[in-house]
Design a protein around this ligand. Structure first.
Ligand code: COA
Ligand code: AMP
Length: 633
């Protein structure tokens, strides 16, 4: 039996022993009494009775163990022309000072802090400072609009918000402070204090005495030590898109998270202490939490924080330049980024200019790695290109080709095999197991391994209803697909109304709420349709109120502006079609799945419960326009 199969079998047969051994790589202040606490299913807790501090494990511990002078964080920002390295000792000092500043502003163990920052070192410092105090951070991605930020503020109820004067998108300076001010106006929860990082590119107006500048806050601060917390205490809340417009507050604990991420670095990614790891994502997403900040630092790696894009900052060679300059061993990116690079540098001419001898592996996730992009990347890089599948909820990979444990053959289009700890099954709608090759709901048998979500923030009921009810005893991933005869997983897409636009997870429900609020719109459906660069893009179908006859181009512009204004620019809604009616069941449910299937050119079974099949016939050419015949020679 290979190393992977052996580890997988051990992890499923005896999770207590498996994760108990992995927990030895974490510095505990009080060792746990129990590895797996399964006393109250469907809720499971890991490492109960244990106490630790995640920041201690990510920073102080490495200084104590002799890594003080090693680079912990490399900030590489082509958009500002800056590159700066912070050693473990330096970063520990900065984090302790900022933790002291937060404490002086009233933040204590268990309090929430919302972080709304671009990709600057202060984002990492603020996250770790919260962890140091035992406070709970909630990072909000910069591409969301004020209304989305307000929804998160209202749910997390933070004492303090940490933000900056601006972000930089390519060559554009994006002011953050007006968005923050607007969000705090919209929110019903009142935030006591805001810490604002003034960036040289733009000075923000402060609202005194609520707002304080980062430098002022830090100036008189007493460095704070690490506060012991329970393994089961929350480390962070990360909001993610669900089926409805209301985001889900995924909770991460301290103990299980530290153990699982530490384990994943060596066993999934094949990196260890001293290696350079670069996740080209954003701290606002789970990839940024797990593999820009916590995973690499818990492991004693050097992590790269890149403020730039795959293309345009300045060109399609940017990723390879960073990989060369910082001797990156493992690079983690989204397939959409690779497609953007390929579009500008199809023959790898820019790639060829850089020395990538330090680079072992390219990992891709965030959406399915389409075989064409896989083949291109593997050909260009001449080294392993690994698709792996996971989600905000799990916090670390569910399926991967476990490079550290045992490299397995790659099958393009599949993220390979279930990672140890995850008992992955494929079930039919009635809950019966499906044989290899047959598509169904991809679920994970409970208990989920350490590091995955124990619940949703202050909403156990929604946690159970969203994930644990459809197939009792199993966690519903929301993805559909199958397992093949070799045990490889094929994740083919979401079975709900979540879409993935350029690696950003978005809810079509949130966009529908905005579109439906337009005075001329009677009803609408937003679905994700395939896009060669972004993977998916949203498309809105609207039915107008009788008598409403706005100019279609004007209506489109208004709806696009509303979605941009209320959801955020990342939603990238560009296409709006006015249609006479939407296909519905007799009970009035819009058949979004059928619409999606037709738009993607899939074989679609029209349900017998459809109210009026003619509606679908009218819609078909709009959903999937027939391409024009080739031009005559
Ligand atoms: N703050 C403010 N605005 C942001 C933002 C942020 N953090 N991130 C994105 N936006 C804006 C962009 O400026 C853009 O605005 P525009 O419509 O005015 O041009 C809009 O949101 C859409 O952005 P994006 O989805 O990034 O599209 P793009 O066309 O600018 O770039 C890619 C396309 C493929 C290069 C880019 O999406 C990309 O690099 N994706 C990878 C994402 C990723 O790493 N995901 C993490 C999962 S691993
Ligand atoms: P997020 O929570 O933002 O990480 O998005 C998670 C969702 O992205 C998953 O539920 C999948 O739908 C999709 N996804 C992420 N990685 C992959 C992958 N490697 N293959 C297929 N789908 C993926």
């Amino acid at each position: 039996m290979g190393a992977y199969a052996a580890a997988y079998e051990r992890s499923i047969a005896d999770p207590t022993r498996f994760w108990g051994l992995a927990a030895r790589d974490v510095r505990w202040l009080v060792p746990p009494d129990r590895v797996l606490d399964d006393g109250a299913p469907p809720f499971y807790r890991w490492f109960t009775g244990g106490e630790l501090n995640t920041c201690d494990n990510a920073l102080d511990r490495h200084v104590d163990e002799g890594r003080g002078e090693q680079a912990a964080l490399v900030y590489d920002s082509p958009v500002t022309g800056t590159a700066r390295t912070y050693s473990y000792r330096e970063l520990t000092g900065l984090v302790a000072r900022f933790a002291g500043a937060l404490r002086a502003l009233g933040v204590d163990r268990g309090d929430r802090v919302v972080i709304y920052l671009p990709m600057i070192p202060e984002a990492v410092v603020a996250m770790l400072a919260c962890a140091r105090l035992g406070a709970v951070h909630s990072v909000v991605f910069g591409g969301f609009a004020a209304k989305e930020l307000a929804a998160r503020v209202d749910d997390a109820r933070p004492k303090v918000v940490v933000s900056a004067s601006c972000g930089i998108e390519g060559t554009r300076v994006v002011p953050y402070k007006p968005l923050l001010d607007r969000a705090l106006e919209l929110a019903s929860h009142k935030v006591d204090r805001c810490v604002i990082r003034q960036r040289p590119q733009l000075h923000a107006d402060l609202v005194r005495p609520r707002d304080v500048e980062w430098d002022e806050a830090v100036a008189g601060a007493e460095p704070a030590g690490c506060v012991p917390v329970a393994a089961t205490d929350p480390l962070y809340i990360l909001y993610t898109s669900g089926t409805t417009g209301r985001p889900k507050g995924v909770v991460r604990d301290n103990g299980g998270h530290a153990v699982a991420l530490r384990w994943s670095m060596e066993n999934v990614y094949g990196v260890g202490p001293g290696d350079v790891f670069w996740a080209a994502s954003d701290v606002g997403w789970v990839v940024g939490h797990s593999y820009i900040v916590y995973g690499p630092l818990l492991t004693g790696c050097t992590t790269v924080l890149y403020e730039g894009k795959p293309v345009g900052t300045p060109d399609a060679g940017a990723f390879w330049r960073v990989a060369e300059q910082h001797r990156v061993k493992a690079l983690f990116a989204a397939p959409t980024a690779l497609r953007a690079i390929r579009r500008e540098d199809p023959d790898g001419l820019m790639l060829g200019r850089y020395d990538l001898s330090a680079l072992d592996t390219l990992f891709l996730a965030g959406e399915r790695l389409d075989p064409e992009t896989y083949r291109w990347a593997a050909r260009m890089l001449e080294r392993p290109v690994i698709d792996h599948w996971w989600q905000t909820e799990t916090g670390w990979p569910i399926a991967a080709n476990p490079r550290g444990l045992e490299p397995l053959p790659v099958k393009p289009g599949s993220p390979s095999v279930p990672v140890p700890g995850y008992d992955v099954r494929v079930l039919a709608p009635d809950g019966s197991p499906l044989p290899p090759g047959e598509d169904g709901d991809i679920v994970i048998r409970l208990p989920l391994p350490p590091g995955t979500l124990p619940t949703l923030w202050q909403d156990d009921e929604r946690f159970v209803e969203s994930y644990l009810t459809r197939h009792p005893g199993h966690y519903l991933t929301g993805d559909g697909g199958h397992v093949d005869a070799d045990g490889y997983l094929w994740v083919m897409g979401r079975t709900d109304d979540v879409i993935n636009v350029a690696g950003h997870r978005l809810s079509t429900g949130a966009m529908e709420e905005v579109v439906a609020a337009h005075p001329a719109v009677a009803e609408c459906a937003v679905i994700g349709v395939a896009d060669p660069l972004k993977g998916q893009v949203p498309r809105a179908f609207v039915v107008l109120k009788s008598g409403a006859g706005p100019d279609p181009a004007e209506l489109r512009d208004e709806l696009v502006a509303m979605v941009r204004e209320q959801v955020g620019p990342v939603a990238s809604l560009k296409e709006v079609a006015v249609v006479p009616a939407l296909p519905k069941t007799r009970s009035g449910k819009i058949l979004r799945g059928v619409m999606r299937g037709i738009a993607d050119g899939a074989e679609v079974v029209v349900p017998s419960t459809i109210e009026d099949p003619v509606v679908l016939d009218v819609l078909r050419p709009v959903l999937r326009p027939v391409p024009p015949p080739p031009a005559a020679p």
